[in-house]
Design a protein around this ligand. Structure first.
Ligand SMILES: *Cc1c(COP(=O)(O)O)cnc(C)c1O
Length: 448
């Protein structure tokens, strides 16, 4: 058995963590200037830096594994600044400034998603955003079924259980998209209240054909919820420019009844920042409740009146607002980050297509690339993938793995699934290392 060593940051990054911890303590209070922090505070942060050192270098271009990267400096500083107040976006009383910042920020996101008269707010995560969407969907169609594809995020089935909705899975095509024929067949049987489509699946990073799904939802009077947690921000690149992404699925976003999107994935935010957008503001009625504690200052609808969660981070809203001011939702702004990521994915796919001994799973729709050592059986692909993963880690390259159906890959299915390599090329810096990485892949000797 091979043992993967404890993850460890490069030594210079651990040193920097220590230094940053020391620099931060004196800054961490609004009401007091300077002064030496107590020794036990300094010691606690030093101990923390050591523990954080046992981590993968998510900031580095050589980390191209999971959906992880540090936030934008403006988000980071904005979050820290707003934490000096630690406002609560549950209500205007708790977060008078940050509640307004939230409104302005989510309005920009909703417009990017082609939603004009929307009801939107931030959530703790994409999961909570999806939960709110399915809760509203169930409230509107209490007896009806929620369907999502086999490649949709695993939480949709679980969320349906939580909100008390029946859930069914619709087959995906060999390309990982929701199977339109299977969806139509299911819709014909009746009883489907809501269809969940995915814009950027978590595994393969593929786009469901939202335009065609929207047609079917219209025909069969089902709600359409789009899980754009990962891919939503790529709407900026769906403008016909280069590098670009397919326009059809993004152009159809205005036909969605609700959309979940994660600023903490491609919006350069720290974790704790999801977002839900509803097309019809009247769904706010489902959130109606009385709170004797909080609503005193304003006749406007309070954020807590349109959100399932009670306390929410005002700092998350502040960080997002400040980031969008510095890096607007345009091709020149956030689009330049996304374009770097997209270009890196296209370049890696180009390399793999030309490399002997490797096979691309799919042409990337966004910035996720999956590929595997060329073998004929599912078990041989899996064994070789494991060796490749290990050898790459030993050389300082962090990729991820994904389990896919053997028949979808066209392999001899001596076992039902095969494990492949998967890379999320979320950082523009990846574009600079793709050629080197391809050279490393070419030089691996898998021996199996
Ligand atoms: C990441 C992701 C989620 C879950 O979002 P969290 O913010 O991790 O809770 C849901 N759907 C898709 C498509 C995702 O990529």
């Amino acid at each position: 058995m091979t043992v993967v060593s404890e993850p460890q940051l490069p030594p210079d990054q651990i040193v920097r963590l220590h230094r940053r911890g020391g620099e931060l303590l004196p800054l961490a209070s609004l009401t007091h200037d300077g002064g030496e922090p107590p020794a036990e505070w300094v010691e606690a942060l030093a101990a923390l830096a050591d523990r954080l050192g046992q981590s993968y270098p998510f900031a580095d271009a050589q980390y191209l594994g999971q959906m992880l990267k540090p936030p934008h400096p403006v988000a980071w500083a904005g979050y820290a600044m707003a934490m000096l107040l630690n406002s609560n976006n549950h209500a205007f009383d708790g977060g008078p400034a940050t509640a307004h910042l939230e409104r302005e920020a989510v309005d920009q996101i909703a417009r990017m998603l082609h939603q004009e008269t929307h009801l939107s707010h931030l959530t703790a995560s994409g999961t909570i955003a999806n939960l709110e969407a399915l809760w509203v969907a169930r409230s509107l169609h209490p007896e009806q079924v929620v369907v999502s594809s086999a490649q949709a995020h695993y939480t949709h089935a679980r969320i349906s259980e939580v909100v008390g909705a029946r859930h069914e899975t619709i087959a995906a095509t060999a390309h990982g998209t929701l199977d339109l024929a299977a969806l139509e067949e299911r819709l014909q049987l009746g009883g489907v209240g809501t269809v969940v489509a995915t814009l950027g699946s978590t595994g393969l990073g593929v786009l469901d054909p939202i335009d065609r799904i929207a047609d079917l939802c219209e025909e069969y009077a089902a709600r359409l919820h789009i899980d754009a947690a990962y891919g939503g921000f790529f709407a900026i690149l769906a403008d016909g420019g280069t590098p670009g992404v397919a326009r059809g699925p993004f152009d159809a976003l205005d036909r969605a009844d609700s959309i979940a999107i994660d600023p903490h994935k491609h919006g350069l935010q720290p974790y704790g920042c999801g977002c839900i957008v509803f097309r019809d503001p009247s769904v706010g009625q489902f959130y109606k409740h009385d709170s004797p504690y909080t609503y005193f200052t304003s006749d406007e609808l309070h954020p807590g009146e349109i959100s399932l969660e009670c306390s929410r981070s005002g700092a998350a809203a502040a960080a997002l607002w400040a980031t969008l001011r510095a890096v607007p939702l345009t091709r020149e702004g956030l689009g330049s980050h996304l374009a770097g990521a997209r270009s890196a994915a296209l370049a890696l796919a180009d390399h793999i297509r030309l490399l002997d001994g490797w096979t691309l799973v799919l042409e990337p729709d966004l910035d996720i690339v999956c590929w595997y050592p060329t073998r004929t059986t599912a078990s041989a692909v899996t064994a070789a993938t494991d060796v490749a993963f290990q050898q790459l880690a030993e050389r300082g390259w962090h990729v991820a793995k994904l389990v896919v159906s053997a028949t979808d890959l066209g392999l001899e299915a001596d076992q039902p699934t095969a494990t492949v390599l998967r890379s999320t090329l979320m950082k523009p810096e990846h574009a600079d290392i793709v050629d080197v990485f391809a050279g490393v892949l070419a030089a691996l000797d898998l021996g199996v």
